[in-house]
Write a protein that binds this ligand. Structure first.
Ligand SMILES: *[C@@H]1O[C@H](CO)[C@@H](O)[C@H](O)[C@H]1NC(C)=O
Ligand SMILES: *[C@@H]1O[C@H](CO)[C@@H](O)[C@H](O)[C@H]1NC(C)=O
Ligand SMILES: *[C@@H]1O[C@H](CO)[C@@H](O)[C@H](O)[C@H]1NC(C)=O
Ligand SMILES: *[C@@H]1O[C@H](CO)[C@@H](O)[C@H](O)[C@H]1NC(C)=O
Ligand SMILES: *[C@@H]1O[C@H](CO)[C@@H](O)[C@H](O)[C@H]1NC(C)=O
Ligand SMILES: *[C@@H]1O[C@H](CO)[C@@H](O)[C@H](O)[C@H]1NC(C)=O
Length: 378
C-alpha cells in the first residue's frame, strides 16, 4: 500500500475503517463481518451547481462566486467559504446525517499534497454550472467537466489502493446530484419539450458515465420552483409573482429526470437511488410558511432593491436580522435553515417527498444486499 508510509494517523485510521468495511464484502463467511453489515456508507461525492458548491468556484476566474461578505456569516467562524449561503449547505447537513465528513472542494484537494486526500469523498459542484456546456460557459465547471475530474479521482484511488478496494469504496458511497436550475433559465424558446428532452438525454449520458466509473447509489435532488427565486420574482416588478414559464420547465424536467432514474435502475440491476421532490417540498414551504417556521418565503435575506433581489448580495447590501425565518438567503440560494429542513426530509422522509427510498435507506441497502447475496446462511 503506497499510502501507509506517509499517511498521518487520522488518515490511516480512516483507511483502516474503510478497508474493514470493504473487507466484509470479500470475507462473506465471517460472522463478525455479517454483524457489521448495517454499517455506514463510505463517503459522499457531490456533483452539481451552487446549492451544493463548497468553494470550487473560488479557484475560477468568475463572477459566479460566493466567497465574500455577507456569505458565511452564520458559518462556524463567520467567514465566507464559497458556499452560496449564510451558513452550511446541503452536502454539509447530508454528510452529518451519513456520519461522514462533508467533502472538500475538488479544486482545493487537487492542489493538496495530503496523502489519502480523496478518501473522505470529493465535492465537484460549481456555482452556475449546468447540464449543458453552453450554460454559463467559461464561468463555471460544467457537469461534463466535473465528471472528467471525478475520473481523475478514480484513477488516483486505483493507483493508491488498487482496483478492488476502489470499486468497493465507490460503490458504497452516495453520489448526490443537483443540476439543471441554471439550464432551465437559459431556455432558448425553441419549444419546452425539445429543450427538456435535450437536457434529459444529456443527463442520461452523464449519469451513465458516473455508473461506468463505479457509482451505484444516487441521491438525486430535483429542482425547486426555480421561477420563484427572489431574483426571478423581482423581474416582475408590479406583482413580484413567480416566473411561470421557468416553473413549468422545472416541473417537466423533474418528471422526466425521475423517469430516467427509474429506467436506469431497470437497466442496471445494481443501481439504487433516492429522488428528492424538491419542487413539492418548496411549494409546501411557500404555501404554508408558518408550518415550517418561515416568516418570509418571497424575498431574499441579503441583497438590494425590490425583494432584496435586484442587486445580488454584496458587502454593501443589507441583510435580514433573523436568517432562520427566511427561505432564501440571496436572490438565488436557500438559507442554511432551508438546507437543514430539506436534508431532514431527504434523509428520513417518505413518498411523495422522497422516493422510492429515502437517503437513510439508500445509505445502507447496497452493502446489505451485497452481503445477503453472498452470505451462506449459518
Ligand atoms: C462538453 O464538452 C466536452 C469537451 O470539453 C465534451 O466531451 C462533451 O461531450 C460536451 N458535452 C456536451 C453535453 O455537449
Ligand atoms: C489535478 O488537476 C490537473 C489539471 O489541472 C489534472 O491534470 C490532474 O489529473 C488532477 N489530479 C487529480 C488527482 O485529480
Ligand atoms: C409576471 O406575473 C404574471 C402574473 O402573475 C405572470 O403571469 C407572469 O408569468 C410573470 N412574468 C414574469 C416575466 O415573471
Ligand atoms: C435496490 O436496488 C435493487 C436492484 O435494482 C433492488 O432490487 C432493490 O429493491 C433496491 N432496494 C430498494 C430499497 O429500493
Ligand atoms: C419579506 O421581505 C420583503 C423585503 O423586506 C418585504 O418587502 C416583504 O413584505 C416581506 N414579506 C413578508 C410576508 O413579510
Ligand atoms: C427568528 O425566527 C424564528 C422563526 O420565525 C423564531 O422562532 C425565532 O424566535 C426568531 N429569532 C429571533 C431572535 O427573533
Amino acid at each position: 500500500m503506497q499510502y501507509s508510509s506517509k499517511m498521518d494517523s487520522s488518515a490511516s485510521l480512516y483507511l483502516v475503517t474503510l478497508l474493514s468495511l470493504c473487507c466484509m464484502l470479500f470475507r462473506f463467511s465471517n460472522v463478525a463481518a455479517v454483524q457489521y453489515g448495517s454499517s455506514q456508507p463510505t463517503a459522499l461525492f457531490v456533483f452539481g451547481a451552487s446549492l451544493l458548491d463548497v468553494g470550487n468556484n473560488n479557484y475560477l476566474f468568475t463572477l459566479k462566486r460566493c466567497d465574500f461578505p455577507h456569505y458565511g456569516i452564520d458559518f462556524p467562524g463567520g467567514k465566507p467559504t464559497g458556499r452560496c449561503s449564510n451558513g452550511k449547505n446541503i452536502p454539509d447537513f447530508l454528510a452529518d446525517k451519513m456520519g461522514v465528513p462533508s467533502p472538500k472542494s475538488y479544486m482545493s484537494l487537487n492542489r493538496s499534497m495530503e496523502p489519502g486526500k480523496f478518501l473522505e469523498g470529493v465535492n465537484f459542484a460549481s456555482s452556475s454550472a449546468g447540464i449543458l456546456n453552453t450554460t454559463h460557459k467559461g464561468l463555471c465547471i460544467p457537469l461534463d467537466t466535473q465528471i472528467d475530474y471525478y475520473s481523475f479521482v478514480v484513477e488516483d484511488l486505483e493507483e493508491s489502493m488498487g482496483i478492488v478496494w476502489t470499486k468497493c469504496f465507490i460503490s458504497n458511497s452516495i453520489f448526490i446530484v443537483n443540476i439543471g436550475s441554471n439550464d432551465v433559465q437559459v431556455y432558448d424558446g425553441t419549444g419546452i419539450s425539445n429543450f427538456v428532452s435535450l437536457l434529459i438525454s444529456t443527463l442520461e449520458g452523464q449519469l451513465e458515465r458516473l455508473y461506468n466509473l463505479g457509482a451505484r447509489k444516487f441521491a438525486f435532488m430535483g429542482l425547486e420552483p426555480v421561477g420563484c427565486w427572489p431574483a426571478l420574482r423581482a423581474v416582475n416588478k408590479s406583482t413580484g409573482n413567480c416566473n411561470s414559464e421557468v416553473n413549468q420547465i422545472s416541473v417537466r424536467y423533474n418528471e422526466q429526470a425521475a423517469v430516467l432514474l427509474h429506467e436506469m435502475q431497470s437497466k442496471h440491476a445494481d443501481i439504487n437511488y433516492s429522488f428528492f421532490n424538491t419542487y413539492g417540498i418548496f411549494t409546501q414551504y411557500i404555501n404554508d410558511p408558518q408550518t415550517y417556521g418561515f416568516g418570509n418565503v418571497t424575498a431574499a435575506c441579503c441583497g438590494m432593491g425590490f425583494l432584496r433581489a435586484e442587486i445580488a448580495c454584496n458587502p454593501l447590501a443589507s441583510y435580514c436580522s433573523n436568517r432562520t425565518e427566511y427561505l432564501f438567503w440571496d436572490g438565488w440560494h436557500q438559507t442554511e435553515a432551508t438546507a437543514k429542513l430539506l436534508v431532514n426530509t431527504a434523509f428520513d422522509g417518505s413518498p411523495p417527498d422522497v422516493f422510492p427510498v429515502n437517503v437513510r435507506q439508500l445509505s445502507g441497502i447496497g452493502l446489505q444486499a451485497e452481503i445477503n447475496a453472498h452470505v451462506t446462511p449459518l
